[in-house]
Design a protein around this ligand. Sequence first.
Ligand code: C2E
Ligand code: CA
Ligand code: CA
Ligand code: CA
Length: 278
Amino acid sequence: GHADPDHSVAFYSLDMNQGMHERMRIESGLRHALGHGELLLYYQPKFEIGSDRIVGAEALVRWLHPERGLVPPSEFIPLAETTGLIVQVGEWVLEQACAQAAVWQRAGLRPFRLAVNVSAREFTESLPTRVAATLERYELDPCWLELEITESTLMHDIDRVIGIMDRINALGVALSLDDFGTGYSSLSYLKRFPIHTLKIDRSFTTGIPLDASDCAIASTIISIGRQLGHRVIAEGVETLDQLSFLRDSGCDEVQGYLYAAPLPAARFEQGLRDNWLL
Ligand code: C2E
Ligand code: CA
Ligand code: CA
Ligand code: CA
């Protein structure tokens, strides 16, 4: 759990503070949630730094619990990953994201990529087939979809993983490498991954501009990513200082509270109509 700062608190509380009973309660609650429509997606826009246009969005899952209210993914995704329930959650997320993107496509919006987070356990031989079937079912142009995968996905059996990535690319669906720099993949693998975008983890963005190490790491990731021909996006951008450092370092895109938090579909659409350039 220490690899992703976003997850460390949840792992800690699940592993250390919560007993088996608590984990089972969350697990059966999540099963119930899947069957009873308690999951929903929020959408956070991604902006191109030069043009200030929205170039994408990330779908982020929430659990609207009847008693507990809106439960953040940190409280159930790590558990879903250990129990295997993440596969069903992931299926629901892909389905829902494609359904929503198809609505936007039909409304005649200029296409932007809607990114779905994919866990290591979902990254199997059957994933490209499932993605293709979902695109077909909604008659969604693949240019609307992107998959975000983390380095942990890429740790085992590199050749097999690259084969799956190639099949996803062949569909016209873009791949981005999420939380870059927090995992264990080496730079020698990076050059082999057929990815479109490199995503700088929020833990580095946070230290900009005062922490010299975070600045060095962020600008190095930008430099490597661009020289490998990828786009680079920074997540967790909250301040104008961070934005201007990233702009000066050649970063292509930003995502963060400075522009917008993850929003329910209706409010995201409102943003598209009112304030954001499309
Ligand atoms: P992530 O993929 O790294 O997503 C970015 C997280 O940073 C999101 O947290 C987002 O709300 C948050 N964030 C965005 N901008 C800012 C900012 O400016 N400041 C701060 N402090 N935070 C910002 P969220 O939505 O709570 O999701 C947490 C993690 O849960 C995600 O991290 C991802 O690993 C996982 N997750 C979320 N939805 C899904 C899903 O559908 N499937 C899978 N497998 N994992 C998911
Ligand atoms: Ca992500
Ligand atoms: Ca991320
Ligand atoms: Ca992150």
